[in-house]
Design a protein around this ligand. Structure first.
Ligand SMILES: Nc1ncnc2c1ncn2[C@@H]1O[C@H](COP(=O)(O)OP(=O)(O)O)[C@@H](O)[C@H]1O
Ligand SMILES: Cc1ncc(COP(=O)(O)O)c(C=O)c1O
Length: 261
């Protein structure tokens, strides 16, 4: 069984964050490990993020990488420029697939990104990624392009690719059902029916975690994204409501529906 690592923040509501990643890894029959970067606490009208120190982050990374052979890894919320740089340093030493979910824009509210954080994400981490998975707002920030059409999405993906990451997945499923994948020079629209649903917290984390698990099992980028998208679709469909307006995806949905992964 492959060992797969998430380096991400904690979401105590377990919609997104490393809790979503670990639940996803379990469904894909890989052994999930986690390194925690921050603690996010979500309230109906507020989002509080407490970032762990680089020292604590380093200790966890050291513990994992010195003892376990990791087959693939994903990054989520990293929380500070120092944490991005430290993660980049460690990842640079490992020759494994790396999925970077940039986590610059939350559905639950904005995490106030300072420009240095964005620059570190662009310059230090993205060039080391096998694939990155921005949502529309994150794609706008990374590419500098304001997106209002499918052509804008394609252009933004090319700009992000120019930062040094070969494979770019821009998620537009919330609006259209369709995500755009640029792999080298090939492009694909990965489509699914758009769900009218409030149970979408954690959809992005779950998608990138599923891609990570599949890459660890030697699936191609296109196969991984296609399978992961179906998995997330099920997870939104059978998600759990927290209140009348919002809720979380449920990673057990594909299993419950009896669908094949
Ligand atoms: N309402 C929806 N119907 C169908 N798919 C969706 C819906 N909302 C999100 N998705 C899909 O879930 C995945 C995560 O997208 P999204 O929720 O936009 O990311 P993020 O959590 O990073 O903001 C993507 O594959 C996207 O297409
Ligand atoms: C720690 C953490 N990371 C990432 C996310 C992003 O979640 P999503 O998959 O909805 O984009 C969240 C959202 O709750 C979070 O708390």
């Amino acid at each position: 069984m492959e060992n797969v690592l998430t380096i991400a923040g904690s979401d105590s509501l377990a919609g997104g964050g490393l809790q979503a990643d670990l639940k996803t890894f379990e469904e894909f029959n890989v052994f999930g490990l986690s390194v925690i970067t921050s603690v996010a606490n979500i309230f109906p009208d507020d989002l509080k993020i407490n970032v762990l120190s680089p020292k604590l982050l380093h200790e966890q990374l050291d513990s994992v990488t010195s003892q376990v052979k990791i087959a693939a890894c994903k990054t989520g919320l990293l929380g500070s420029v120092e944490n991005i740089q430290l993660v980049a340093e460690i990842i640079n030493e490992c020759q494994i697939p790396v999925v970077v979910d940039p986590v610059l824009a939350f559905k639950e509210g904005t995490s106030d990104n300072d420009p240095d954080y964005l620059e570190a994400m662009k310059n230090d981490l993205l060039p080391l990624a096998t694939i990155t998975t921005p949502n529309i707002s994150e794609a706008e920030q990374l590419s500098g392009i304001s997106i209002s059409s499918k052509e804008d999405i394609q252009l933004a993906a090319t700009k992000i690719q120019q930062l040094g990451v070969l494979n770019v997945l821009i998620k537009d499923g919330r609006e259209t059902g369709d995500d755009y994948l640029l792999t080298g020079i090939e492009q694909h629209w990965i489509s699914s029916e758009k769900l009218i649903s409030n149970t979408t917290n954690g959809a992005g984390c779950t998608l990138s975690a599923a891609i990570t698990a599949l890459l660890s099992q030697n699936k191609t980028i296109l196969e991984s994204v296609t399978i992961a998208k179906k998995f997330v679709h099920d997870a939104i469909e059978l998600g759990v409501l927290i209140d009348t307006n919002s809720g979380s995806v449920w990673q057990g949905a594909t299993r419950k529906k009896g669908n094949q992964i």
